[in-house]
Design a protein around this ligand. Sequence first.
Ligand code: URA
Length: 241
Amino acid sequence: MKKMRLDKILANSGFGSRKEVKSLIKSGAVLVSNEIVKDPGFLVDIDEEDLLVNGKRLQYKEFHYLMMNKPPGFISATWDRDSKTVIDLLDEPYNKFGLFPVGRLDKDTEGLLLLTNDGQLAHKLLSPKKQVPKTYYAEVSGKVVEHDIVTFQQGIPLESDFTTLPAELDILAAGDISKVLVTIYEGKFHQVKRMFEAVGKSVLFLKRISMGNLKLDDNIPLGEYKELTEKEMESLRQYLS
Ligand code: URA
């Protein structure tokens, strides 16, 4: 049995701010188990009681999990003074759920970005202790060679007190512009770019394709998103205990 205030349930479900949902409730638009309830503080058992708002059944979800294919040009934050953020890409009602990105991709990086309002899940996935693998497809100027694979495997000192964990580098094509897959186990600022700089190359294009066992769904166009399926949620759970 999980009881929650009626105004909180409605605000979390995208019906507006606390103030707006209070007036919605007071207008008599909300029925709890077939009775009009006008008290915003009324406690509802969300597992047992039936909620109707303006005649429509409300299926309450406390947490939301979205997979976005982040386009370049957007900041991985909830607000920025100068730039558009990934939250600006959300339509209603998702832009009302208080979602935030789990970790950061650089402004020019594309690909898999998880958005949620589940702070605990985000905290666990980002915890350095969990060493969640993140795989990127990168195009790099300069020829990536076998020795770079060894260097990545050994871990690269990026700061006086930080050396990366062993990372996997998979060369897809080596040339003036090389194509690679790289898997890292932390999420330091500009980490992949700095690792390539350490071996004398620069990243021209970067796209995250997986996080843990969660893979970017190829059917999501750049700038679009979808809710995670139960199977996709399952692929994250091993990191959540
Ligand atoms: N490493 C980078 O350099 N940039 C990203 O956006 C992600 C990982």
